[in-house]
Design a protein around this ligand. Structure first.
Ligand SMILES: NC(=O)c1ccc[n+]([C@@H]2O[C@H](COP(=O)([O-])OP(=O)(O)OC[C@H]3O[C@@H](n4cnc5c(N)ncnc54)[C@H](O)[C@@H]3O)[C@@H](O)[C@H]2O)c1
Length: 323
């Protein structure tokens, strides 16, 4: 099979490309390298099963041509990361709305199955009571005038668009709602907490914990997430469905900072930074968000198998190689 992987130079997309090529498929990456890095794919250059197209999902002519040339579309391209969304709200919203619509329209015209990467951010602050969120849980999202929520809004509309393309035009779509996914190649500068902590701990710099540190998160190793994606695209039962892909073990950000310092035997200090100083005034964050992953377990038998110790050591290992 020949797969188009949009955002294939990015963190999750590049790992998906590796796994597809490793199992004998070929990939075409479409990426504008806005947050993705060409060196994530350097090792594939020259491989006849790999092709890279530098361009944007906002270029409808290009999207149309590339989608027509492949068998299957995996759509990971997006404006990602809290800092990106808050710094460039209009550009981010356009990429996440119009870009996905372009992909769905082209996939529909050429009748190509498509997997759309959505996000647990669609839930907003829902799940703060610690009760795991299932795929049918309601969303609790703040004002549409706050840039912080525009990513959530866009991903939610992307899901609606995809599912209505499926219902009304028969497009085979699969939707993946990733919860925090972490691992090698993730960049800390866009606001991703685990690579930011590991980088700081390795260099001896302080680990900046935003807010009280009592907010908790769940972290899934990217290798687990990629296994889920590959099993979903091979599953007929996944068509027209949305699945949580995440780890249901949660940890407070304060404890995560301590764990990273301990695991890497670092001398770094842990600093508490008020939210306003990190993200500007009026920033709203969720206290807790735990995925219920029973649906994906029951449909394809997937569950994450790598814990936080593996995650921290794999990220540290890859950072040591790149510095
Ligand atoms: N990493 C996570 O924890 C997480 C959680 C939930 C959802 N997701 C979703 O998974 C997908 C991949 O995220 P990631 O963490 O790998 O982020 P990433 O930033 O590493 O990857 C996104 C890729 O999209 C590319 N891109 C952005 N705008 C583009 C455009 N207009 N045209 C072409 N390419 C463009 C970027 O250059 C980058 O390579 C995204 O859709 C994201 O919303 C990720």
């Amino acid at each position: 099979m020949k797969y188009l992987v949009t955002g294939g130079a990015g963190f999750i997309g590049s790992h998906v490309c590796d796994s597809l090529v490793a199992r004998g498929d070929s990939v075409v990456v479409l990426d504008n390298l806005s947050t993705g890095l060409s060196h994530n794919l350097d090792h594939m250059v020259g491989n006849p099963a790999f092709d890279f197209i530098s361009g944007s999902i906002l270029d409808t002519g290009l999207v149309n041509r590339v989608v027509e040339s492949v068998d299957h579309v995996l759509h990971f391209a997006a404006a990602v990361g809290v800092f990106t969304i808050v710094d460039k709200p209009l550009e981010s919203l356009t990429t996440n709305l119009r870009g996905t619509e372009n992909i769905l329209e082209a996939a529909s015209v050429h009748i190509k199955p498509v997997l759309i990467a959505s996000s647990s951010e669609i839930y907003g602050t829902a799940g703060a009571n610690g009760k795991p969120l299932n795929e049918e849980s309601d969303r609790v999202v703040g004002s549409p005038l706050k840039s912080r929520w525009s990513y959530s809004e866009a991903k939610a509309i992307d899901e609606s668009l995809a599912i209505f393309y499926h219902h009304e035009k028969g497009l085979p779509v699969r939707l993946v709602r990733f919860f925090n996914t972490v691992g090698p190649r993730q960049v800390g500068s866009y606001g991703m907490v685990v690579p930011r902590f590991v980088e700081a701990a390795l260099s001896g710099a302080p680990l900046a914990v935003y807010g009280t540190g009592d907010q908790s998160r769940c972290f899934c190793h990217v290798a687990d997430a990629v296994e889920a994606v590959l099993e979903l695209i091979d599953s007929e039962s996944a068509i027209g469905q949305v699945f949580h892909v995440g780890n249901d073990f949660d940890i407070t950000i304060g404890d995560l900072a301590k764990k990273v310092v301990h695991a890497l035997s670092s001398k770094s200090l842990i600093e508490m930074i008020p939210y306003e100083d990190a993200y500007g005034s009026g920033f709203e964050d969720m206290q807790r968000r735990v995925p219920d992953i029973s649906k994906i377990k029951s449909v394809i038998g997937w569950a994450p198998s790598r814990n936080l110790d593996v995650i921290i050591s794999d990220i540290a290992e890859s950072l040591r190689h790149t510095h």
